[in-house]
Design a protein. Structure first.
Length: 115
C-alpha cells in the first residue's frame, strides 16, 4: 500500500485540528517534543490514509502503542486474510467438519467425503 506523504503544511493542519493533543495520553505536545502523525486505524488493518484517520501522538506514545496494540492487530488481520483466501488451512480441523476427510451424516453413519 502506497502511503500518502505528509507535508509540513499537512502536519501543521493536523496539529492545529487536534490542538496539539496526543490522542494516546491526552497530554499536549510541548515545543521540543517529538511527535508523529498517527493513524487511528492502522493502514494494514484497513485504515484510511487521509485526514479522517490522522491524529497527533507523541513519538514515545506512538512507538509504544504501535508495538503493544497495532502490531498484534495487524498480525491477526493477516491471519484472517490468509485463512479467507485459502492460503492457510487448519492443522487440526474439527472432527467431521468441512476440513475433515470424513463426514457424519444426520443418521449417525460416517462416510468419506471423497466418495
Ligand atoms: Zn502522548
Amino acid at each position: 500500500m502506497k502511503r500518502v506523504s505528509i507535508t509540513a503544511k499537512m502536519r501543521a493542519d493536523i496539529f492545529m485540528r487536534h490542538d496539539g493533543v496526543c490522542h494516546l495520553c491526552n497530554m499536549k505536545v510541548v515545543p521540543g517534543q517529538d511527535w508523529d502523525v498517527s493513524h487511528e486505524q492502522p493502514l494494514e488493518a484497513g485504515g484510511r490514509d487521509d485526514a479522517s484517520n490522522w491524529l497527533v501522538a507523541h513519538r514515545k506514545c506512538h512507538r509504544a502503542h504501535t508495538g503493544a496494540v497495532d502490531m498484534p492487530l495487524i498480525a491477526k488481520v493477516k491471519r484472517i486474510h490468509q485463512r479467507h483466501i485459502g492460503a492457510k488451512k487448519s492443522k487440526s480441523p474439527m472432527p467431521f467438519g468441512r476440513g475433515s476427510k470424513l463426514k457424519r451424516k444426520m443418521d449417525g453413519s460416517v462416510v468419506r467425503r471423497d466418495s
